[in-house]
Design a protein around this ligand. Structure first.
Ligand SMILES: C[S@@+](CC[C@H](N)C(=O)[O-])C[C@H]1O[C@@H](n2cnc3c(N)ncnc32)[C@H](O)[C@@H]1O
Length: 482
């Protein structure tokens, strides 16, 4: 067992000076108290993320179900686990300053609780007393009195300043390093803020609005499956509001989507409105005579394949869906049940499928920098190197898409990333290499509802943004070949 994983009671307590070691501790002051299940669950999620590289948005719902945590407790656990995961960089800087040591020198199990406590102090309306005392209770129950004293001291120090005061004290100066300041303030790694700035054309105001939107809890978007129910019906039965752009979209006001009857019955699903627009774009492009051969080249877990499959069903078309991972192919099978979709577990660069498709979606594997809101911890796990590897794959997949599409057919290239290296640069490089390939204006393909004019930019591609469109930062380009 590594030193880091040893149970707390075996360790020298952190934060106590050597002088105090071995002295009897004041047990009356720290009487054993039961900690509420929401905070325990949030602490356990942070631990799973830190120790096992788990995904918070997969671990938490399962944990809440297994422990029977519902209603307000579930909402509080979600706020704490996701909020503390998203804000990790900011929280760690504050903790490190208050503890007087770098975060890697703090025991992981204590750090999880310190992050939760600091999040409550800086970013929630929980009273400072409750934020500190429940954190101390959590640590005392598991690690003992000494570590509980350390956590108590650090959090008391954190509680002496507001978030704004900590940002002023610890962030780079906005006059000298505006991107660094904004990245710190809105809890993003600096390199990601730089990528966003470049994708936004350098505007500091836009960057601030984007980082702020990306630092919020995202709205839940539902999709009404075409041919099964309308968005109006879904809005009525779910208590949500019909979306501004996608004709299938409903904004859920709150609550758990799995409580919505239409979702349980398979008439609706959870899907970002931007993803809905991209799936729809594939089906509305002009391809001349449509023989009904449609292809989704990177289909797992099947959100867009399910929407395209529903529209193919209405149009009498058929969708082939390729996915390299068997596990994710299984998820597609569940998503497209009863729809005219054939799943192929294969590498889409060499699937063996015959060319001549009318419509192809290449929703490429990407860094996911456009959907950081939905994957709370992911911004702290990504690195610029991830992007370099993905770009090679994205270009190979797009070249293959252009080989598989019929002359005059359409290839929609999309990413849930606004990173210029994964979006415009991939398209430009492939267009330069593939003879007869051309870029189309993608804007008419997503001109729907209130989405038109300035909201669609200068073309020929379309970039959606959380702070402008309320969607994930999805990119789409439309290509064809002679
Ligand atoms: C961005 S996701 C697609 C999301 C999907 N369109 C949806 O809406 O649910 C990219 C998918 O491509 C798959 N993938 C990665 N490399 C691939 C390859 N060479 N061939 C086929 N699929 C691949 C990944 O496993 C992942 O499931």
């Amino acid at each position: 067992m590594s030193a880091d994983r040893r149970p707390g009671r075996d360790r020298a307590p952190q934060g106590r000076s050597d002088r105090n070691r071995g002295k009897p501790q004041n047990t009356a002051k720290f009487r054993q108290k039961e900690v509420d299940p929401a905070r325990v669950a949030a602490r356990d999620v942070l631990r799973a993320v830190r120790e096992r590289d788990a995904y918070a948005n997969l671990v938490l719902p399962k944990m809440l179900r297994e422990r029977g945590i519902t209603g307000r407790d579930a909402a509080f656990a979600t706020e704490l686990a996701y909020g503390a995961s998203r804000a990790q960089g900011l929280l760690d800087a504050v903790i490190s300053s208050a503890a007087g040591r770098p975060v890697p020198e703090i025991d992981g199990t204590l750090l999880d609780v310190l992050r939760l406590g600091t999040y409550q102090l800086l970013r929630t309306r929980v009273s400072p007393h409750a934020a500190v005392s429940t954190s101390v209770d959590l640590v005392r129950a598991e690690n003992g009195m000494g570590p509980a004293g350390f956590v108590n001291a650090v959090l008391r120090k954190v509680s002496q300043k507001t978030e704004e005061m900590w940002v002023d004290e610890l962030a780079p100066s906005p006059a000298e390093d505006l991107v660094g300041y904004l990245a710190f303030q809105y809890a993003h790694p600096r390199w990601i803020a730089e990528v966003f700035r470049d994708a936004l054309g350098g505007s500091a105001g836009q960057l601030q609005a984007l980082l702020a939107a990306d630092d919020e809890r995202p709205p839940v978007h539902l999709v009404a499956r075409p041919g099964m129910m309308t968005a109006e019906e879904l809005a009525l039965t779910s208590g949500g509001e019909v979306g501004r752009f996608s004709p299938y979209c409903v904004y859920l006001a709150g609550g758990d989507p799995s409580d919505v009857d239409a979702i349980r019955e398979g008439y609706a699903g959870v899907q970002d409105e931007g993803s809905q627009l991209i799936a729809r774009a594939v089906t509305v492009a002009d391809v001349g005579e449509d023989s009904g051969r449609w292809l989704d080249m990177c289909a797992g877990p099947g959100g867009k394949a399910a929407l395209i499959g529903s529209l193919a069903d209405i149009d009498g078309a058929h969708l082939d869906a390729i996915e390299v991972s068997e596990h994710r192919a299984e998820l597609i099978r569940k998503a497209v049940r009863d729809l005219p979709v054939t799943i192929h577990v294969a590498d889409a660069r060499s699937s063996g499928l015959a060319p001549g498709f009318d419509r192809i979606l290449l929703d490429a594997p990407c860094s996911g920098l456009g959907s950081l809101r939905r994957r709370p911890e992911s911004r702290w796990r990504r690195s610029p190197r991830d992007v370099d590897e993905l770009v090679v794959l994205q270009k190979e997949l797009l070249s293959e898409a252009l080989r598989l599409v019929k002359p005059g057919g359409v290839v929609v290239y999309s990413t849930c990333s606004p990173h210029p290296a994964e979006t415009t640069a991939v398209v430009a490089d492939v267009l330069a290499e593939v003879e007869g390939a051309r870029q189309l204006d993608a804007r008419p393909l997503v001109t729907v509802g209130e989405l038109e004019g300035e909201l669609l930019g200068d073309g020929p591609h379309v970039q959606l943004w959380p702070h402008i469109h309320g969607t994930d930062a999805m990119f789409l380009a439309a290509l064809t070949r002679d």
